[in-house]
Write a protein that binds this ligand. Sequence first.
Ligand code: HEC
Ligand code: HEC
Length: 285
Amino acid sequence: MHRYVWLLALAASFSASIHAVRAETPEERGAYLVETVAACGNCHTPRGPDGAPLTGKALAGGVVIELPAFTAIGANITPDIETGIGGWSDAEIATAIREGKRPDGTLIGPPMPFNFYRHISDRDMHAIVAYLRTVPAVANEVPASEYRIPLPDAYGPPATPVPEVPRDDKVAYGAYLAGPVGHCLECHTPRVGGHPDLENRPGAGGMELPAPGGGIVVAPNITPHSDKGIGSWSDAEIKTAITRGVRPDGTELAPVMAFAWYANMSEEDLDAIVAYLRTLKPVSH
Ligand code: HEC
Ligand code: HEC
């Protein structure tokens, strides 16, 4: 049976390469985004003692993110009716992700990156929801997060229709992946008044994050500054850091950087992200 399915898949990929590119289904697009550049599992999939995501618990929640401002616990976003989001409509799930509002009207707290997710295109949002419906339902009751800071009343007006960003515009598409979808710039931009200073210093680094195993790790400067940033790294070196968590000098990055997920990004998407990072203003801090 498995062999049969595999052969079918092989046949499909052959015919795809012969008859130009086959259109992706929403589920395939959603699977790609969630499992690679969006790396939802970095906050929603529990890890074992070795740091590897637990098999059979994908997106089942319970990841604790501890900072002075909060003890946030990644929610169960599998389709389990009782403990996950299986009872929510497609529109309700999209509203939760883009606007930070649950069906019961309560607000979802940080560090869900709503200021980025609200700019995910309508089509990609639809794809992400379609994929979340297909992941195995896991019964896992997750305790409530605790916020020691006041949460806003809302994260802004409802997300208006968001058009597609053309994939053949490499830099614009790279900006879309590094911003709305991958929220690279959430972690890699210094904060002013609690918000990333995207206007003046996008990519300049400085955000402090809890390191797995304790302590704090600081997100580095990823602007093209030759000394303080990654301006002197080759494209291949930048891609190795993103996908394998290894710097040009051989040192390893803490898995706060979701390289286990980024490892499966397509070459074109990595190229687009690198092309975009090269266009950032080189700043020293
Ligand atoms: C940086 C960490 C982080 C990332 C990345 C992240 N989330 Fe979350 N998410 C959270 C936390 C923490 C909560 C719970 C917050 C709370 O308790 O108020 C949450 C809550 C949610 C909820 C509400 C569930 C509920 O029952 O309240 C949904 C839906 C959700 N996330 C979907 C996603 C999807 C889809 C992605 C990827 C596109 C994603 N999240 C990426 C941290 C994250
Ligand atoms: C959850 C926060 C977070 C997100 C999201 C994130 N990063 Fe990182 N990134 C970090 C941290 C923290 C480090 C440093 C880890 C260390 O020092 O061990 C890092 C390191 C890096 C480095 C190595 C830079 C250096 O000088 O060491 C690059 C390049 C990088 N990230 C690019 C990206 C890109 C591109 C994305 C989006 C696809 C991204 N990051 C998403 C937190 C994040």
